[in-house]
Design a protein around this ligand. Sequence first.
Ligand code: BES
Ligand code: MN
Ligand code: ZN
Length: 494
Amino acid sequence: MSTLTFTARASADPSKTKTRCAIVAVFGSELSATATALDNAGALSNTLKLGDFQGKPGQTHLLPGIGNAERVMLLGCGDRARFSHATAREAFQGLSAALNASNVTEALLHTADLLSDAVDGAWLLELVARTLTVSSYRYTRTVSKPKDPLALKKLVVNPGKGLPAKRAQAALDNGAALGRGINYTRELGNLPGNICTPSYLASEARKLSRGNSKVRTQVLEEKKMRELGMGSLLSVSAGSDEPAKLIVIEYRGGKSGAAPQVLVGKGITFDSGGISIKPGAKMDEMKYDMCGAASVLGTLQAVIDMALPLNVTGIIAAAENMPSGRATKPGDVVKSMSGTTIEVLNTDAEGRLVLCDALTFASRFKPAAVIDIATLTGACVVALGSHASAVYANDDALAEQLLSAGTDSHDRGWRMPLWDDYRKQLNSNFADLANIGGPEGGSVTAACFLATFAENYPWAHLDIAGSAWNSSPKGATGRPVAMLTRYLQGRATD
Ligand code: BES
Ligand code: MN
Ligand code: ZN
C-alpha cells in the first residue's frame, strides 16, 4: 500500500526552498504570485508566451530546475475569477496524473495562490491529500507484474499565511485518512470471490480492532444467527459451502452512552443469483456485491484513523449466494428475526434478505441513526447510472445530512421516494411480504422492503449498485466512503 506522506510547512520565500519539484498555480495565461516569484529568468512566462501551456484546469507542464527547485511543475487552474471547488478537483486530478507519470519522489505544492472566498484552505488541503492518496492505489494482490507504484513519497504543502500550520497539517492528515479508507474499500471490492469470502471479511474486521482499545469486533456464526431467528439471512447462505458471518465492529470514540451511528453493509462476497441463477455474461462482476460491506470497513478505518469523537457501529451481513441441493428455492417461505415471514420469489433478490435481519439486529444498539449501504438492484443502475448513489430515508433530516455530505465530498447521492404506493407491489399470498416487487421501480420496491424492518429508528438506505464500481476499466470506486465519512465528521461536531 501507499507510503505517501503529507507535510504542511510554511515558507515565506518560495524561491529559497529546496525541493525536487515546486508545483505552482497558473490561472489561464496569468502566473500566480508564487509562480511569478520563481520566474526570475523568465522561464515560466516564456512558456506561456510560446503557447506551450494554457493554464487550463488540470493541465500540467514540467520544466527543468529554477533556483532551489530541481524542477517546476505548472499547474493549470483556469480563469482565476472562476476558480471553484469543481476546478480545484480538476486541477488536482491533473496533478495526480502528472505525478503518476513522473519520477518525482518529493514535491512542494504552493497552495496560498488558490485560496478565495469560494475555496477554503483546509478544504483544499484535505482534497489534495485525498486525491493523491487515491491516485496512488494499485491492485497488486493477484498479479505477477503489477503497474509501477507512484514514485512520489512525500508531498510538502506550503499553505501560505492564511492557514496556521497546525490546521493545515490536520487537513492533510484527514484527507490522507479518507484516501486510505477509500483505497481499502477498493481493495476489498477488487479481491476475487475465492479470496474475499465472508470469513475473510470477518478477519479484516478483526484487524480494525487489533491493538486499539476503542474498537471491538465480534463475529456471529451461523449457529448464533439461528438462535437469534435470522432465518432470512441464513436462507441466502444455505446453498453455499462458505458459512455466513454477521460482523459487528464497535468504535467508541465518543462519550460512553452516546447513541451510536450505525452503518450496515451488504456483504455478498459472490452473487450467482442462487437457484434463480444469473446469466453468464459479466457474472464475474458479482464479486463486487460486497462493496456495501467494504464501504463500512473503509469508513470505519478512516474514522478510527481520524479519531473522530463519536460512536460508530458497523454491522456487516456477509454471505455467498450459490445454487446447490441445499439452496433456498423460489417459492420457499422464510422467517426473519423480526417475525415477518418472507416469500422468496427470486433467490437473486438476496441483498434485502440478509439486510432485513441485520436491520432488526441494529435496534439492539439503540442507534442515533442507521444507514445501510448495498449494491442492491440493477434497477438503480438503470435509474441513476454511476454518478449518484440512490438515497432513501424515513427521516428528512438524515436524508439532508447525507445529501449535503455527498455534495461537499463530491460523492453524491440523489433522494428517491419511499411512498406506500410502492409497498403494495410486495404483497404475497403465502407470506407477510414477497422479496420482489415486479419489474417497475425495482430500486424503490427493494428499499420499501427494507423500510419495513427499519421502523424503530431514523434510517437511510444507499443503493450503490451503480456508484460502487466501474465496468471499464473494471474496478471498485471506494464509494460512498467519502460521503459517509463526511457525514460522520458532521455528526462529531453536532
Ligand atoms: N447484486 C444484485 C444487484 C446488482 C445488479 C448490482 C447489477 C449491480 C449490478 C442483486 O442482488 C440482484 O441480483 N438484484 C436483482 C433483483 C431482482 C431479482 C428483483 C436485480 O437487480 O436484477
Ligand atoms: Mn442478487
Ligand atoms: Zn446481490
